[in-house]
Design a binder for this molecule. Structure first.
Ligand code: V47
Ligand code: SF4
Length: 391
């Protein structure tokens, strides 16, 4: 698909002059300011921001759309924290209503993928007071001992902060220890909204924004890549979103260690914030588009389909997104419990490839660090379905 520049689509005489200036910056490949981003949120129509974002996406990646083959391990949903948006966790006193996996049970999950072409395990869960640094270092060693080539993307900054403090280690010491044990990279969770005005209302008791950024910076210094998320569409306003993205963009300027930015749509089922209406699909697409325009130093923008639903994730491919995460294989509960359309999130390779091809994009399987594993654009879906190495 050829990149369509905004000037081809809009009659600029009808546009707010400030929006025209932003379009010019994008055309010249210049960074937009925080004020520009707020203006885009306030005044940029879906087609305006979408066309700008699409031109950036096509400049960076052409039609390439990445996915990976992965599964999750969620060691527990017992959590010492009580984030109001969380539908998933159970307090320690009610742990009988939740789950706590043993090392053996987690290794059984890993072993159930023996012979299957997955490349990544994503380990994420609640913050359990008894699952400590040593417990997780042992898990890392066992996974690597069993399957050394499996990339371990694990633990939000929230989980890491708790386990390092409990083990009386500095962030530097704790991170180096887990990395040595086998942890390869960090997922982007726990970021929510950094601004204290919002963070104190939705997740006051866990690590603050500065602490989250410090943990990711430390990982980057050790040569590990990480992701970053933002939980949007609840009580925050546009300036809180821009503040959040601005802190991430500044850290990325410093370290270059982030791979992908993942806006996460707030889902409102079975949590303390259920009275808040969810964002509309139009607002979701505008969010992705503005993220692509503003986060100029993030190579990738991901739509996480188990949370957004596969059809809306497909739509984001026209609004700046170039990655839709992975096969998942029904191994995560965070989003089904929060009311996502995806109650048993699982897509095989053929389904992911079809989803991407229907959007007229080029499906490419990647490793966690965006190394290309296979280009599926020329492969027929039947061929994928019948080849056990491909599906
Ligand atoms: O930090 C919790 C979010 C995150 C809700 O890095 C909710 O590749 C919406 O970060 N509505 C954890 N979101 C998951 C995460 C993630 C997922 C997939 C890929 C990657 C990656 C990271 O889930 C939490 C929180 O922001 N979350 N509850 C909810 N009701
Ligand atoms: Fe615990 Fe994470 Fe849920 Fe917060 S979002 S309560 S830290 S599991």
């Amino acid at each position: 698909m050829a990149a369509v520049l905004p000037s081809d689509v809009f009659s600029e005489s009808q546009l707010d002059p400030a929006l025209v200036k932003i379009a010019d910056k994008v055309r010249r490949n210049e960074r937009i300011t925080d004020e520009d981003a707020i203006l885009l949120f306030e005044k940029g129509s879906l087609s305006f921001v979408g066309s700008l974002a699409n031109s950036i996406r096509e400049r960076l990646h052409g039609d390439t759309t990445y996915f990976n083959r992965n599964f999750h391990i969620e060691p527990t949903n017992v959590c010492v924290y009580s984030c109001h948006f969380c539908s998933y966790s159970r307090v320690y006193a009610h742990r009988d209503e939740g789950w706590e996996l043993s090392q053996q049970q987690m290794m059984d999950i890993v072993k159930s993928y023996d012979g299957k072409p997955v490349t990544e395990v994503h380990v994420v869960g609640g913050v359990h007071p008894k699952m400590n640094l040593e417990f997780f270092a042992e898990l890392m060693r066992s996974i690597k001992g069993h399957r050394p080539d499996l990339h371990i993307k694990g633990f939000t900054a929230v989980e890491l902060d708790y386990m390092f403090r409990k083990a009386k280690k500095t962030v530097e010491e704790g991170m180096a220890y887990l990395h040595e044990a086998g942890l390869d990279s960090l997922p982007g969770g726990g970021a929510e909204i950094f601004h204290p005005e919002i963070r104190e209302q939705i997740c006051a008791d866990k690590i603050d924004g500065t602490g989250w950024l410090h943990i990711h910076e430390t990982a980057h210094k050790l040569g590990m890549n990480t992701n970053a998320t933002m939980l949007y569409g609840h009580i925050e306003n546009y300036s809180h979103r821009v503040d959040h993205m601005s802190r991430l963009r500044a850290l990325q300027d410093k370290t270059g260690g982030f791979n992908t930015f993942i806006p996460l749509k707030f889902r409102n089922q079975q949590n303390d914030m259920s009275h808040i209406k969810e964002s509309t699909v139009i607002e979701d697409m505008r969010m992705y588009a503005i993220a692509r325009i503003y986060m100029d130093n993030f190579p990738h923008l991901k739509a996480y389909w188990p949370m957004l639903g596969r059809h809306n994730a497909q739509l984001t491919l026209s609004f700046g997104v170039n990655d839709i995460d992975g096969t998942i294989d029904d191994t995560t509960k965070i989003y089904s419990m929060a009311g996502s359309e995806e109650q048993t999130p699982s897509m095989n390779t053929a389904q992911l490839v079809t989803l991407i091809k229907q959007a007229r994009r080029k499906p490419v399987e990647r490793g966690t660090l965006y190394n290309v594993i296979r280009d599926y654009s020329e492969l027929d879906v039947k061929e994928i379905e019948t080849n056990p190495l491909l599906n």
